[in-house]
Design a protein. Structure first.
Length: 556
């Protein structure tokens, strides 16, 4: 029985080690990638130009039209810079693609003096769209731009950027980006006027092109943590959020939704997401492929037919593009299931309520650090009856330690008799030897869930607490909190009953040192939670110890 507490402590320690390993992978700097210069002599193309998706069936990889991994929009392809209150976008004349997107409300991961850039040539990342049909413009068409710079003015709620192409086969098409104040949603509108003599039946496609490199500040490609997943994701009512690894696309082993009349496609990375969100109704097909073997360029998209347009008639198609942070309270309002891009894995059932409570507390305190402290107090209050019973059991075990040690010494050569005497002692004194393990058992899932909340919640990205803690999702720069946490853990160990076995006693004393070493590299918000929890536990356990001793149960 006396081994159970040690086993649970070791299990908890192993959980900490796994989290520490994941955090180290996530926090390590990116390796420097040596990129060979392109030697192609073909006309320069936008990132991932590849080929236009076929008019029917899932498009096959286009090896013949492969694009070098470093392909970017060339200087000959003009761009228009569009500035709204939340973003600065660059739209290329070639394809009318969004080839760069800077989020002005979020700082870069590595250089805090710069804004975060989601779409950029550095990562060959772009949002592309086009029409399929004879003479219809696609993401390789050269569009006419309205100007070189456009900006949302004070008092304006929308900014429209209209691109045009010369009419072909009697069909006039314009493509308009509509930026909205206070929103990361950008509407992409196609206006099609059939001025010819025959009806047309165009298809539309919307795709996200990206290389397989992780975003800045993330770990290498072998990471498996949910918070650091980078790659395409899909959603339909039938297929709930399948994520696709880039490696599976290369191996052609990916699983994506089939034909559906609803759903969206996204490109997910740590804290941020881009997605095409067509309205429900048209039957659509989803696709994902590598743009040529060895290019490390991938695209994921959705394609669907439009209604036939008779001669002299016009049609309009609008599909929103979301490109921004994974703000949980807004995602669910944007599209069905869009909040799933914030993925806490198998602990979602615990992590989601934890974030909801933290967000609610933050609305009152205005500081995520104080919200974490208040949540810790609330959790401690919720589990007070359980922890009180556990601490009473530990307090009784503590004063019974001399008796237990005497039994061990008396029956050292008769283990069966020793166990019977121990059980009789527990029964007589009404002590549950496993009672002290309950706080650890309860806290393990909460602790791990809070880790994923801190690791994957963009709302806490860059959130300060006080003084030297300027980002709760990063480690304490001066290691003050981890050292305080280690001290509180050592105090707790002293308050707990000393294991009768000398080896167990030594291990329990070493635990605070080992945990402190791991906590040095954990998010400071997580260390803050554990430190406050330890302080509350110390106060509660000290009080219980005094009550037990005052009741007449004294060590002899």
């Amino acid at each position: 029985m006396d081994n159970q507490r040690l086993i649970l402590a070791l299990v908890f320690g192993f959980s900490l080690m796994m989290l520490w390993n994941a955090w180290q992978k996530q926090s390590q700097p990116l390796p420097v990638v040596q990129t060979a210069p392109t030697t192609t002599t073909a006309p320069a193309a936008v990132p991932g130009a590849g080929s236009v998706p076929a008019a029917s069936g899932i498009p096959a990889p286009t090896a013949a039209a492969a694009v070098p991994p470093t392909a970017t929009a060339t200087a000959s392809a003009a761009t228009v810079m569009v500035t709204s209150d939340l973003m600065v976008a660059e739209i290329s004349a070639q394809g009318g693609d969004v080839v760069r997107l800077e989020l002005t409300q979020h700082k870069a991961t590595e250089d805090k003096t710069r804004n975060f850039v989601l779409f950029e040539a550095k990562h060959s990342y772009a949002a592309q769209s086009g029409l399929i049909g004879p003479g219809l413009p696609n993401h390789k068409t050269v569009w006419q731009l309205p100007a070189d710079k456009l900006a949302m003015k004070d008092g304006e709620n929308d900014l429209r950027v209209r691109l045009t192409v010369p009419a072909e086969n009697g069909v006039q098409v314009s493509k308009t980006y509509v930026f909205h104040r206070g929103s990361y949603l950008v509407d992409v509108e196609y206006d099609i006027a059939n001025q010819g003599t025959a009806p047309i039946s165009p298809e539309a496609y919307f795709q996200l092109m990206r290389d397989g490199k992780p975003p800045e500040g993330s770990g290498g490609s072998g990471m498996t943590s949910v918070a650091s997943f980078t790659g395409p994701a899909f959603h339909t009512t039938a297929d709930k959020f399948p994520k696709v690894e880039f490696a599976d696309i290369t191996k052609k082993k990916m699983k994506i939704p089939g034909t559906a009349d609803n759903g969206w496609v996204a490109m997910v990375q740590h804290y941020f997401v881009s997605a095409w969100l067509p309205a429900d109704g048209p039957t659509r097909q989803f696709y994902a492929e590598e743009l040529g073997t060895g290019t490390d360029l991938f695209r994921a998209g959705v394609r669907f037919p439009m209604a036939a347009i008779a001669p002299g008639a016009s049609a309009k198609l609008t599909v929103p593009l979301y490109a921004g942070p994974q703000e949980q309270k807004n995602l669910a309002k944007i599209a069905n299931g869009f909040d799933l891009v914030v993925d806490y894995g198998w602990l979602t059932v615990i992590a989601a309520p934890i974030f909801w409570v933290l967000d609610w507390l933050n609305s009152f305190t205005g500081n995520w650090g104080w919200a974490i402290i208040l949540m810790t107090i609330i959790l401690k209050a919720v589990f007070f009856p359980l922890s009180a019973a556990s601490y009473k059991s530990m307090a009784k075990m503590r004063v019974l330690t001399p008796k237990m040690q005497k039994i061990k010494e008396t029956f050292a050569d008769d283990r069966e008799r020793m166990n019977r005497e121990m059980m009789e002692l527990y029964k007589t004194e009404k002590v549950n030897p496993l009672g002290g393990c309950l706080p650890i058992v309860v806290q393990i899932p909460v602790f791990i869930a809070l880790y994923w909340v801190l690791a994957g919640t963009v709302e806490m990205r860059g959130a300060p607490w006080l003084g030297w803690i300027i980002d709760l999702t990063q480690k304490d720069p001066y290691y003050v909190l981890p050292l305080i946490m280690g001290a509180t853990m050592l105090i707790q160990t002293k308050l707990n009953p000393t294991p009768p076995d000398p080896m167990q006693a030594k291990i329990m004393l070493i635990m605070p040192i080992v945990f402190t070493g791991m906590f040095l590299f954990f998010p400071s918000g997580l260390v803050l939670y554990w430190t406050v929890n330890n302080l509350l536990s110390i106060a509660q356990q000290w009080k219980v110890n005094r009550m037990i001793e005052a009741s007449g149960l004294k060590p002899r």
